[in-house]
Design a protein around this ligand. Structure first.
Ligand code: ADP
Ligand code: MG
Length: 710
């Protein structure tokens, strides 16, 4: 395929039309969770008392009894072998942001024969060594061993691949001394912290002890392009984004892709993705075309946070793999194409206590006061620690969204909607009188039922929006693990819950109501600067936010500094989520990752410009100059001025290329702050040349091809 030129690639993709097979099999409810070692399977395969103990750990957080590991391992092995598995792996989430797996077979030779074994020890801990993962100095290579520890709250599952299958066991990844080397460990610690604080706060409201569940529904955006194009774009292959490429005349201006009818090839892809996800017990629910051409979204039903994070990692993997099988490539980069929307991951987060969602504005005054308290806690938390939320969504890709002119801005603010903002206003002044009930929304068509008005309307520009019964954090990038953002969110809300609880605990029963009101009033007065219901794209907002003292870290390297600010270290240490050492290591790892990625981008931009673009521009320039000389030699006047103008334009482009490539080459040795502007500058020249060099000579697939032909 690599010898196809660009025009052949276009033809190859166009020829696919009509040959796309219908999806082989459509999944149904009966396949849901068939590849998961779920509760039904546990009941069937485990001895009764073992099963009860395991479920107590899963549901109620009871400490895991190591004595049951042998039984569980045996049951898992039996179940997995019946499903064709030959190997098992501890599956974990290292700091690279991807998932990691190292397979071991169940096979154990006994003389001339072999048996399949899997012990309790194999289940509970793994010693994958894994010394090459980034640890930010937490491990020196001579003591590099990392350990994986079984996370029973995220069920084991089977990954199928053509002619085999592997049992995957979700695990936490730690150093010998117990320091977190992954994204799951701090997430689990933060869930525990929030759970303890929520219980303490609910006790103040006179509620009995209940289970706290943090819930997450992550909406996943992605791009799909045909593989023929991808293979001819060294920048996409190396970095996941196009470092050159002129936006085509028509891209997303007409808003005709968003929610448009889904093309058959894509729908078949989506159906296959859903079939796999449903087998893995991942509740994929919504699918639609997104704003940019070739951009799509998948949203699952919300689940418990830890599970939802693992599931989102699998969603990204399944999207990539199914795309590959369908001759497509799934791009999860935050900004694969300049000039059109990038991709994010909307993080819908809430907390439930027993059966009540704490962010559900209730109908009775009691539920309402719990709701308003939770709301105020989130307002306080986000205002106090906006810098940490920003630090949790860094990366080269996301800098193109947050720092640039795209939703949402890098300034973290909270959107409440007019109605709730009004309630908060009233609360600040005295007791709120009107409740959230806005009644029916009249839409002016009598034949249609009136729609119940949602507690919020929509504001797509806000990074942190209240959306009816949950908060939607829109800053995470499409490629990110959900773990980072939610670890921060849980920890800072835990702190706010504790803060409120410590004040409520001092009140007598009689004082409770008026006391609570005073506490909430104070929170609103102190932290209302974080509330912003206007347009987040606006330049005015940047100035206004600065006046309000809200942080605006435009770039990753700026944002990451929040991880090592003493007050922030203190919060994480207080809640046992990160030690100072762990935070320093993350600061180092994420910073290094950023610098390496920018350098790779610079190097590939240099190589493409020097070895692919310059030759075609030179050759075209040479041709025009020869044509010009020939015309002059033949004494022909017509066309000479046009050829001269052409030669000049190409010649000027060539000169610019030459000097800008030289600048980039030097910049590559000087670090990210030099590389980024040099790349941007070079890009402007290359993109302008793309529009005038003969179409058939241009070496890279163009946006109008990649984004529209599939
Ligand atoms: P929209 O695109 O309008 O924001 P979607 O329906 O696509 O909304 O996505 C909303 C997401 O929020 C879904 O994943 C949904 O399951 C999730 N969600 C709903 N309620 C909760 C909740 N209590 N906690 C966490 N997530 C929730
Ligand atoms: Mg949403």
């Amino acid at each position: 395929m690599s010898n196809l030129n660009r025009v052949n690639a276009v033809n190859a993709v166009a020829n696919l039309k009509g040959t796309v097979p219908m999806a082989a099999q459509v999944a149904g409810a009966e396949n849901y969770g068939e590849d998961v070692f779920n509760e039904d399977v546990m009941r069937e395969y485990l001895p009764k008392d073992t099963c009860a103990k395991l479920l107590d750990t899963i549901h109620n957080g009871a400490p895991l009894d190591p004595a049951i590991a042998g039984d569980v391992a045996h049951a898992m092995k039996k179940w997995a072998l019946e499903r064709g598995a030959t190997h098992y792996t501890h599956w974990f989430l290292p700091l690279t942001g991807s998932t990691a797996e190292k397979h071991d077979s169940f096979l154990e030779p006994h003389g001339a024969k072999a048996i399949m074994t899997f012990s309790g020890k194999n289940l509970i801990v793994g010693e994958p060594d894994a010394s090459s993962f980034p640890s930010g100095g937490l491990r020196s290579t001579f003591e590099a061993r990392g350990y994986t520890a079984w996370d029973p709250t995220s069920p084991a599952f089977i990954k199928r691949h053509g002619n085999g299958a592997t049992l995957c066991i979700p695990t936490a990844f730690c150093s010998y001394t117990g320091e977190a080397l992954d994204k799951k460990t701090p997430l689990l610690r933060s869930i525990q912290a929030l759970s303890i604080s929520a219980k303490r706060l609910m006790k103040c409201f006179g509620l009995p002890d209940e289970k706290v569940s943090v819930t997450l529904g992550p909406e996943q955006e992605y791009f799909l392009i045909d593989k023929h194009f991808y293979l001819q774009r060294p920048d996409l292959l190396q970095t996941g984004r196009t470092v050159f490429g002129a936006p085509p005349p028509k891209h997303q201006q007409l808003e005709d892709h968003y929610f448009g009818s889904i093309k058959m090839r894509i729908l078949n892809f989506m159906t296959e993705v859903e079939k796999e996800l449903w087998s893995l017990g991942i509740p994929a629910k919504t699918r639609h075309n997104e704003v940019a051409p070739a951009q799509f979204e998948l949203a699952p039903m919300f689940e418990e946070l830890n599970l939802a994070c693992d599931h989102n990692m699998l969603v990204m993997e399944v999207l990539r793999q199914v795309a590959d099988r369908n001759g497509l490539v799934c791009l999860l980069h935050e900004k694969p194409f300049a000039g059109v929307n990038g991709s994010g991951k909307h993080n819908n987060w809430s907390v439930s206590y027993g059966k009540i969602n704490l962010l559900n504005p209730g109908t009775d005054p009691h539920q309402n006061s719990i709701f308003l308290t939770t709301l105020c806690a989130v307002i306080q938390a986000v205002d106090k620690h906006a810098d940490l939320l920003r630090a949790a969504v860094t990366g080269t890709g996301n800098d193109h969204r947050l720092g640039a002119n795209e939703a949402p801005p890098a300034i973290i603010s909270i959107y409440l909607g007019d109605q709730l903002a009004d309630v908060i206003n009233q609360l600040e002044k005295g007791e709120p009188k009107s409740s959230k009930h806005a009644g029916a929304m009249k839409i002016g068509v009598d034949t249609l039922p009136s729609l119940p008005k949602d507690a919020t309307d929509r504001n797509r520009t806000s990074p942190f929006a209240f959306t009816g019964n949950k908060f939607e954090f829109r800053a995470p990038g499409s490629s990110h693990s959900c773990a980072d953002a939610n670890t921060v969110l849980n920890t800072i809300v835990a702190e706010a819950f504790d803060d409120i609880a410590s004040k409520l605990e001092k009140l007598s029963k009689e004082e409770f109501h008026s006391g609570l009101q005073k506490i909430l009033q104070k929170i609103i007065k102190t932290h209302k600067r974080i509330i912003f219901n206007g347009n987040g794209y606006n330049d005015e907002w940047v100035k206004e936010a600065e006046k309000r003292g809200l942080p605006n870290a435009r770039t990753t390297m700026e944002a990451l500094k929040a991880l090592i600010v003493p007050e922030n270290i203190q919060v994480f240490e207080k809640y046992g989520v990160f030690s100072a050492k762990e935070l320093e290591s993350r600061y180092e790892v994420f910073g290094e990752d950023y610098c390496s990625r920018v350098k790779i981008e610079g190097e590939i931009a240099y190589e493409i410009a020097a070895s692919m673009i310059v030759p075609v521009v030179e050759s075209q320039y040479g041709k025009v100059v020869r044509d010009l000389a020939n015309a002059k030699a033949a004494g022909i006047k017509d066309g000479v001025s046009a050829l001269t103008a052409n030669a000049k334009e190409l010649g000027k482009g060539l000169e610019e290329l030459h000097s800008k490539i030289a600048v980039l080459k030097t910049a590559i040795g000087e670090g990210y702050s030099k590389i980024i502007p040099a790349m941007t500058d070079l890009r402007s020249t290359v993109d302008a040349l793309e529009k005038i060099v003969p179409d058939e000579c241009w070496p890279l697939p163009k946006y109008r091809e990649m984004l529209f032909i599939y």
